[in-house]
Ligand binder design. Structure first.
Ligand code: TYD
Ligand code: MG
Length: 466
């Protein structure tokens, strides 16, 4: 029987199909399926047996434990996200949209490490060495002994790396530009990205050099995503930020050697990325004067409390289907909070446009923001200004009750530090409560809505509770 010569691979999620399709059934992306030559099957094929295999020694769980040896870049926020520094021989993926600052972050890390006496190799498949040099010059790093290479062929890169002492860190910018002659697909396709990543990860494991792969992701997933590499590497970091905001957030999505959910906050300045050691102060720094629709959320990112301002605008709609727009939060979660407010607190929001914004370009993923969002919504709806000295946190359940969230003590401690006097959150024992802060314990959404509406102007209050 003749073997099929090619496979059809979705460039967004890596799913394999038997024939071309306009839409990938696995990830539902349009126009992402590309025909690629199938990898030559090795050997005769058929049944896999133990014959010819070699038995390996199995070990017990209780053996000696070695802590992973690490080296730090000396960039506080980066070292925090990696879990205390890069691990020798580990492979990392740094994903993010083009132009967000991945190359800038890595050239800064490379320069810092090189200045500390490590051998660092930076391979760029996108920019010429002169371009990188220009950037380094602008960042004031041209004196750092980073070894630069502009190359895209993985065989050539491995040959280059095998000369001299083993580098401490190798940066590959970006994995989508790499290609190996063992595969005859075009660079950037899933097959090439996967094969190139495999070769570079194998190099990391065998040589002991840490390898960072840069991967571009676009919102519509048009480029062969770093998705297919995610499961092969030890850690996946994503670099995020809103265009037009200077804040950049480095988020650990997977980390075999450290905590996930940890974030590092940077600000993009004229001289590159700078650590933001105190993000709450930054996110609250441009707080406006008291206005309806604004609530401060006491959140937790990783192990660190972060206070952010949540802004809501609820206005009568002129459209048949009112608009719901969210920046920085999950839109399904907003729909849920709106539905609960309507069903259990009697707010008639069905004919109102609702806009929600997390200030500063931060993206919140915690359900603990529910109460802060609800407070901002009710405040805008009833035209009631929330007290400036209060922070909000807590999860809302579909039944309208308020559920406890983790780290209440930590949230309150940070709020006290930043000058807040009152927390409005789930009722319950607060073992770690800070002396200076009062907690208004909530058990249900009703009391929150009633409290806020009581502060509002009379006419809207009547409308709200009608
Ligand atoms: P870059 O690191 O090239 O992004 P990526 O590698 O993720 O594609 O970042 C480019 C952007 O950063 C560009 O829009 C200019 C901006 N930038 C600064 O604002 N300040 C700086 O010092 C540098 C080097 C870049
Ligand atoms: Mg780049």
């Amino acid at each position: 029987m003749a073997k099929s010569r090619s496979t059809f691979i979705c460039q967004s999620c890596g799913a394999t199909h038997n024939r071309w399709n306009g839409r990938c059934e696995a990830c539902e992306a349009w126009n992402t399926i590309v025909e690629e030559a199938a990898m030559a099957p090795s050997g005769k094929g058929g049944v896999v047996t133990a014959r010819g295999g070699r038995a390996v020694a199995l070990e017990s769980l209780g053996g000696p434990v070695e802590t992973a040896p690490r080296f730090q870049a000396g960039i506080g926020e980066l070292d925090r996200v990696t879990g205390g520094g890069f691990v020798h021989g580990s492979a990392l993926l740094l994903g993010g949209e083009p132009g967000i600052g991945k190359s800038t972050l890595l050239i800064q890390a490379a320069a810092a490490l090189a200045q500390a006496g490590h051998r660092i190799v930076y391979i760029s498949g996108e920019e010429a060495a002169a371009q990188i040099r220009m950037r380094a010059d602008r960042l004031g790093l041209s004196g750092a002994p980073v070894e630069l290479g502009a190359e895209t062929n993985v065989e050539d890169i491995l040959a280059t790396l095998s000369r001299g002492t083993v580098p401490r860190l190798v940066v590959i910018d970006s994995i989508q530009t790499m290609w190996t002659s063992t595969v005859d697909s075009a660079p950037g396709t899933v097959t090439q990205v996967r094969a190139s990543a495999q070769a570079l990860i194998r190099y990391a494991k065998t040589s002991g050099a840490a390898v960072i792969l840069v991967g571009h992701v676009t919102k519509d997933g048009q480029i062969a995503g770093p998705r297919v590499v995610e499961h092969m590497v030890d850690a996946v970091f994503s670099f995020e930020g809103e265009q037009g905001h200077a804040f950049r957030i480095l988020r650990a999505q997977k980390n075999r050697f450290g905590p996930t959910d940890e974030i590092g906050v940077f600000s993009m300045t004229g001289r590159g990325l700078e650590d933001v050691a105190n993000p709450s102060a930054l996110f609250l720094s441009s707080r406006e004067v008291a206005a309806p629709g604004v609530a401060v959320f006491a959140g937790i990112e990783g192990t660190r409390p972060i206070l952010v301002e949540i802004q809501a605008l609820v206005a009568p709609s002129s459209l048949g289907t009112p608009r719901r727009a969210v920046v920085g939060w999950d839109s399904n979660r907003l729909s849920m909070v709106l539905a609960v407010l309507e069903a259990h607190a009697g707010l008639r929001l069905g004919s109102h446009d609702v806009f929600l914004n997390v200030a500063g370009g931060l993206r919140i993923q915690e359900p603990a923001a529910d109460i802060a969002v609800a407070a901002a919504l009710v405040s805008s709806f009833t035209n009631a200004v929330l007290p400036m000295d209060s922070v909000f946190f807590g999860e809302i359940s579909l039944s309208g009750s308020v559920r406890p969230v983790a780290h209440a003590g930590l949230r309150m401690k940070e709020s006290t530090r930043l000058g807040f006097a009152r927390a409005i959150g789930p009722a319950g024992p607060l073992e770690h409560a800070d002396g200076g802060m009062a907690l208004n314990g909530l058990t249900s959404l009703d009391s929150l809505v009633a409290d806020i509406a009581a502060r509002g102007s009379r006419s809207t209050r009547a409308a709200a509770m009608a």
